[in-house]
Design a protein around this ligand. Structure first.
Ligand code: THU
Length: 132
C-alpha cells in the first residue's frame, strides 16, 4: 500500500510513550505493516551498555519476523523531532533484508510533518543476498 493510513501513523506515534530511553531521552516509535494488514509496533530500547540499544524500527521487524511474518507493505517511523525522523544505517540495512526496494517508508515528525520515501531511496546500492 503506497498511501499511508492515519491508523499506522497513530500506532507509531503512540509507541513514543513506551520507548525505553533513560540515557538519550530520544524516543522513536515505529509501525510495521504486514501484507495482511497486521501492525507491529516498535520502540527503541536502550541499555546501560549503550551499544546494545535496539532501534524502534528493528524492534518492529524482529517482533514481526519472530512471529513468522515476512511480507511487509509499509513502515512508519515517528520521532519527537521538528523534521521527519531519519532512520539509522543499521535499520536501513534490515529494511533491505525484508522489504521490496519500492516499499514506502513514512517518516513522521512533530506537528504532523510527514515525508514518504522508498526503501531503495533510503539505502541505494545496498549489500544484499545477491552479493553473497
Ligand atoms: N534510534 C532509533 O530508534 N531509530 C533510528 O533510526 C535512529 C536512532 C534511537 C537509538 C537511540 O535509542 C536513540 O534513538 C538516540 O540515538
Amino acid at each position: 500500500m503506497k498511501d499511508v493510513k492515519q491508523e499506522w501513523i497513530n500506532v507509531a506515534v503512540e509507541a513514543l510513550d513506551k520507548a525505553y530511553v533513560p540515557y538519550s531521552h530520544f524516543p522513536v516509535g515505529a509501525c510495521l505493516v504486514t501484507k495482511s494488514g497486521k501492525m507491529y509496533q516498535g520502540i527503541n530500547i536502550e541499555n546501560a551498555s549503550f551499544g546494545l540499544t535496539n532501534c524502534a524500527e528493528r524492534t518492529a521487524f524482529f517482533k514481526a519476523v519472530s512471529d513468522g511474518e515476512k511480507e511487509f507493505i509499509h513502515l512508519v517511523i515517528a520521532g519527537h523531532t521538528p523534521e521527519p525522523i531519519s532512520p539509522c544505517g543499521a535499520c536501513r540495512q534490515v529494511m533491505v533484508e525484508f522489504c521490496a526496494p519500492d516499499m514506502p517508508v513514512t517518516l513522521v515528525g512533530d506537528n504532523g510533518v510527514v515525508k514518504t520515501m522508498t526503501v531503495k531511496e533510503l539505502l541505494p546500492y545496498a549489500f544484499t543476498e545477491e552479493d553473497l
